[in-house]
Design a protein around this ligand. Structure first.
Ligand code: DGL
Length: 311
């Protein structure tokens, strides 16, 4: 991939962030925290969600169209693929299709797992397509880790419905988390039970394979919204404790470092705008995006612009 000269005279380049839905807003939230003065264009391909149950060919076609929109029409000069499924199955296709640096979430997630794991055994939960690609297993193997992956196809729809439960992490006895748990809508019990079933199966499979996992990678950008609930359930299923790695945080950390490096090379120095400027685009359901997106982003999304990428 060639990295073109960044436009001179443009003080703050736009960072394009893309996901199949609004789960990728968890990556954007983490990016904004690290690059508070940057400009961001976020695209959620909500009309074609979920990617996680589709073929590599289809995912690559959708992801390339989305990346091209951010680069060609929004002038993004750096792309973060805030979707594990697109990163696992279409990163090469996207890199070939756009003339800007592109970062996916899988490698940073695996790197964070390597840093966290003492036993070298790692669990990964993700969409069906991500698991079938074994992208995490390969990235973990390259770092000397053993990974056991499990598809959790029910979790994305539960997150998209907002059945995510308390937002305060376990450590469960704080007043805030107790209050949130008490006021959690009854639907959250459904999500907790789904999580418990997936995790129990994963832990039992790991035991059957003689693994001693100490780290769980959230290999889908929707899952950070479930993190407090996941950690509560994990504490019951694995009393010894398992460290949770958020691939969204890991990717944002890697992207911020890479971006600052690139930016320093091309602009001297970058003049930052006072607060992050965020424009959000979606291919469908802009009202739902605005309503639920603020939960993911931890601030209002602003007016979401509807775009058409074709079929
Ligand atoms: N956010 C996507 C991911 O990280 C999952 C949603 C989908 O299936 O499109 O894999």
């Amino acid at each position: 991939m060639s990295y073109p000269e960044w436009k001179t005279g443009m003080t703050t380049p736009t960072i394009g962030v893309f996901d199949s839905g609004f789960g990728g807003l968890t990556v954007l939230r983490a990016l904004v925290a690290r690059l508070p003065g940057a400009r961001f264009a976020f695209l959620g391909d909500t009309a074609r969600l979920p990617y996680g149950s589709k073929s590599r060919r289809t995912i690559a076609r959708y992801a390339v169209q989305s990346a091209q929109f951010l680069v060609r029409e929004q002038g993004a000069e750096f792309l973060v693929i805030a979707c594990n499924t697109a990163s696992a199955l279409a990163l090469d296709a996207i890199q070939d299709a756009v003339p800007v640096p592109v970062l996916g979430v899988i490698e940073p997630g695996a790197e964070a797992a390597r840093a966290a794991s003492r036993t070298g055994d790692v669990l990964v939960i993700a969409t069906g397509a991500t698991v079938e690609s074994h992208a995490y297993a390969a990235a973990c193997r390259a770092r000397g880790l053993r990974a056991l992956e499990m598809a959790c196809p029910l979790l994305v729809p539960l997150v998209e419905e907002g059945w995510t439960g308390p937002l305060v992490a376990a450590g469960a006895d704080t007043e805030a988390s107790a209050a949130q748990a008490a006021s959690a809508p009854p639907q959250v019990a459904v999500t907790a039970e789904v999580i418990r079933i997936y995790l129990a199966e994963l832990i039992s499979e790991a035991a059957a394979q003689g693994m001693n996992p100490d780290t769980l990678v959230l290999g889908c950008t929707h899952y950070p919204l479930l993190r407090p609930l996941l950690e509560r359930v994990l504490a019951c299923v694995v009393p010894a404790g398992i460290r949770v790695i958020d691939s969204a945080e890991a990717a944002a950390e890697a992207a911020a470092l890479l971006f600052i490096l690139q930016d320093t090379k091309k602009h001297s120095p970058t003049v930052q705008v006072p607060t992050a400027q965020i424009r959000c685009f979606a291919t469908d359901s802009v009202e739902k995006f605005e309503r639920l997106g603020s939960r993911f982003l931890n601030q209002p999304t602003g007016k979401v612009e509807l775009i058409d990428l074709g079929g």
